[in-house]
Design a protein around this ligand. Sequence first.
Ligand code: SPV
Ligand code: MG
Length: 309
Amino acid sequence: SLLPEVRRPLLKQMLSTPRLLRAIECHSPLSAVLAATAMSRDAQHAEFDVLWASGFSHATALALPDAELATLERRLDAIADIAAVTSKPILADGDTGGDAMAFGYLCRRLEDLGVSGVVLEDKSGSKRTSLADDANHELEDPETVCWKIAAAKDRLLSDDFLIFARIESLIAGAGMADALARAERYLHSDADAVVIHSKDRSGAEATRFMEAYRRLQQQTGVSKPLACIPTAYNHLTGAELHKHGVRLVIHGNHMIRAAYRSMQQAAELILQHDRSAEADAVCAPVKELFAAVGVETTAPKPAPRVAKL
Ligand code: SPV
Ligand code: MG
């Protein structure tokens, strides 16, 4: 882990260079350790830059729907647990953030934990998960979103905690014009960065927005980093999204989905064969788990007491 004041500025520092950043979801301390230590074989994209403390994944790990049901304090505890065992910058999913007071409180607590930023999505009411085909989404008035961000910024003690304004127009079916109007509004707000979300599997909708966002920045003379969550259009690589102007790619739910599938397979294989030998194929050896969490195999001996003369 890192001291909060050392860890918090890391994301802002990383975003000050033009290189593409890659974030991966984590939902538990162990998933965060795996996310933080994952290495690609080709050295080019050797590791993830950022840990995404996903609301969806945390809720799913608690076997709850992604509808802001876990209390704020419980979310904060989960993020503190992740911070305790990793040293990568953490970007927290702030969901709708509640009202201005609740969102300001969340930001201050995250700031204290050394979290580098939060994503506030512009939905209101009882939030529904963005990737469900049949969900009814209610968009928040962009003025309210900007007010919440401004009020939270006012409460922050540092200038290195970033607030990302997440545009949900394309998720809610409000269309490209609404998404771009919001993007322009957020460019002129206290938000530090913008996130676009889309569930169009072709990726055409997302990339159209990205190109329009590039033009918008040129026209307005204001530029803020753009992030995306390409779960639906995951045939596009980070490098391709970077060419469309994306600065941070968030792989939003892959650790929990991978864990779900292998847990399901292990449980079924044990039942099917009435023994666990076959399940070994989908399980890591315990030694790897020892290495990941630093198990001590011998208990430390107490130091001999030396009588003080
Ligand atoms: C999350 O990971 O919680 C997100 C991304 O907000 S999504 O689930 O795609 O809405
Ligand atoms: Mg979420």
